[in-house]
Design a protein around this ligand. Sequence first.
Ligand code: NAG
Length: 222
Amino acid sequence: MADQNIKDQQEVYPSPQKYNNGNHDEESATIQSKELHKKKRMKRLAYILAFIVFQTGIILLFSSTIMKIRTPKFRVRSAAFESFEVGTAANPAFNFRMNAELGIKNTNFGNYKFQNAQIVFYYDGIPVGKAIFPGAEAGWRTTKKLKIAVDLSSDSLALANTNSKSQLGNDINSGVLKLNAQSKLSGKVRVTFIFMKKKSANMNCTLAIGLADTTVREINCQ
Ligand SMILES: *[C@@H]1O[C@H](CO)[C@@H](O)[C@H](O)[C@H]1NC(C)=O
């Protein structure tokens, strides 16, 4: 019974002498394991390198697309008149009440929040009317539309010591009057929760007003 037990043990735990055929095999086994180790290390290094390249690519892609902060475009989208009075070439004057729709086109992958601002309309470089509008937010990749009403009057031309009044006479003769609209938004673009950048958006639009048809014929923005 005891003898049987010892036999079983020998089979389960074979003696090292039985399988170890000398020093040579031991050495080659060590070399093999070293090589295996080296291979594993190289493989790991290759993985790390591939990951770094991949990560760099992702960062470059993000910084050139999603994270890139673009200046929002600010312009007059359309305008129509509520009241329209215009003088003659000999007695040049105008008095308009205009409703305009402004657009803030935000192409960023983040909201654009801007503060209160004003828009000034010029005739021949002289201010002829202005409107103030409240700050708002343009959602990411959207165009925020704002409506303003503004009174435009040639009264200030008489006060300005320039040739603008005679210029206005010429324009009334030609049937087209050009006004320039300028504004500046101060705000911030927020891309993700942490990344934020100040951005101002400038408007510089020219409106060509047809006096016969009392409409804004053309709007050109820089
Ligand atoms: C606005 O645009 C006109 C051209 O339409 C240009 O002559 C003028 O200098 C611009 N003004 C500003 C303030 O950018």
